[in-house]
Design a protein around this ligand. Structure first.
Ligand code: FES
Ligand SMILES: [Fe+2]
Length: 445
């Protein structure tokens, strides 16, 4: 069966899928070598990370002329620069003389791009302007040696790059995702901080930890009082997926009658600061017909109003629902109405390591709010800096990767509830040229 035939047989694309999956068919088998083989990791670098659109940074990093940001992905380095004409451009970070990296890190106020080795200099549009002792090169035309281009584009305040200048546009790549999220108003967010750390697990193990809610009932039991993990709808596009999780309501796993105090406590323990509350307290008295979910939505509205942000046009479900987009290959976008987290996993120094970056954004009053100045935090491996729930996720990953090293484990067995992971692997197969598909099983439709 070709990949296309496998897809047609399963026909899950463009389909709403309940969180619990279909309940028929058989587990989807994914080969384990994809997580532990250095050879496969090389293929991914060449065919995925040099070809796909990747989240790099925020518009706040490169908001004004002369701002620059170096984005690294495995061996690749892309220089993102805001030109004096206001245009955002990206270049492969390599000097056309002998290849030296031109800029490291991030900064502002530059008027040219100068290589620190022998002083070759380009303008912010990537045009070669200066070559010391030019005579020795014979005929050297500036026009022949611009900086090598990469693609750059934005969705809301998120900056994406692509090393493949022939790639499809970002708008096409993102499929229906921007339209699906338009009501959230992606332009009003500002990036306030970025956390980067290393994790002892393959980049896919890390990314997949944020691509299903199946683990909530085991790893994050304290969340069950305030999340409907069972009816969280999922939707798949060809490359990407979304899960919409309603908070402020108890999991159906807890039974029909859940004390409002349980719901309230669970929300406070896991995300109380969204209401400005960081320790347990009695649930406020409910008016006739009022739900805890409405109380929580009011609490979130109150915090936003105090910051001058009006979300009165959004209803209780919109305010309490987390919109979790999983973008191929390695991105999880967590859109709440009050904040946005963009997380991505990149290949690390070995196949058993990854680099984890989280960009944190706050909602502001309007799309023309001033830029923020994101603070960069490089955190040593193993430090728990992400908040309770994500700390639990990251902590588990070390063991997830160690288990994958056991020689008898040749395949993983996934539920249709884990459809976003399955879909990511199908897209991975297409990018890596794996045909016919190596994945078997799956739901029968
Ligand atoms: S390597 Fe850049 S100027 Fe020589
Ligand atoms: Fe989790």
């Amino acid at each position: 069966m070709t990949i296309a035939e496998t897809r047609a047989a399963e026909d899950v694309i463009g389909t709403a899928i309940s969180s619990m999956g279909s309940g028929n068919g058989s587990p989807t088998k994914i080969p384990v070598y994809r997580y532990i083989s250095p050879d496969f990791a090389k293929v991914e670098i060449e065919k995925v990370f040099a070809k796909a659109w990747l989240v790099a940074c925020s518009v706040d990093h490169v908001a004004e002329a002369g701002d620059y940001y170096e984005y690294r992905a495995g061996p690749y380095s892309v220089l993102i620069v805001r030109g004096d004409d206001g245009e955002l451009r990206a270049f492969q970070n390599a000097c056309r003389h002998r290849g030296n990296i031109i800029c490291e890190g991030a900064g502002s106020g530059i008027t040219e791009l100068r290589c620190m080795y022998h002083n070759w200099t380009w303008d912010l549009r990537g045009r070669l302007r200066q070559v010391p002792s030019r005579k020795g090169f014979g005929t050297l035309r500036n026009d022949d040696l611009p900086l090598l281009a990469a693609r750059v584009d934005t969705w809301g305040r998120i900056v994406f790059v692509n090393l493949d200048v022939d790639a499809m546009s970002l708008a096409e790549y993102l499929e229906g995702v921007p339209e699906d999220a338009a009501w959230i108003d992606p332009d009003v967010y500002r990036c306030t901080r970025v956390i980067t750390t290393t994790v002892p697990a393959n980049w896919k193990v890390l990314s997949e930890g944020f691509s299903e809610t199946y683990h909530v009932q085991c790893l994050h039991q304290e969340m069950l009082g305030s999340i409907d993990d069972i009816n969280a709808g999922q939707f798949l596009w060809e490359r990407h997926g979304v899960s919409k999780q309603r908070y402020g309501v108890p999991s159906p796993r807890l039974g029909r009658h859940v004390d409002p105090q349980v719901v309230w406590d669970s929300f406070i323990v896991t995300q109380g600061m969204r209401m400005g509350i960081n320790e347990s307290c009695p649930v406020p008295e409910l008016a006739d017909g009022q739900t805890v979910q409405e109380l929580i939505a009011d609490g979130i509205r109150g915090v936003l109003t105090a910051r001058g942000v009006d979300v009165s046009h959004l209803d209780t479900d919109q305010i309490t629902t987390l919109n979790q987009y999983n973008l191929f290959p390695n991105v999880t976008v967590l859109y709440n109405v009050d904040s946005l987290s963009v997380m991505y996993a990149l290949p690390g120094a070995s196949v058993d390591e990854s680099v984890f970056t989280v960009l944190h954004f706050e909602r502001t009053a309007a799309a023309d709010s001033p830029r923020a100045q994101p603070q960069q935090h490089d955190i040593p491996a193993g430090m728990q800096v992400f908040g309770n729930v994500i700390n639990q996720d990251v902590e588990l990953l070390r063991n997830a990767q160690r288990g994958l090293r056991q020689p008898g484990l040749t395949h993983l067995s996934l539920s249709s509830e884990e459809c976003r992971i399955i879909n990511n692997h199908r897209t991975l197969e297409r990018y890596c040229g794996i045909s016919p598909s190596e994945m078997t099983g799956g739901p029968v439709r």
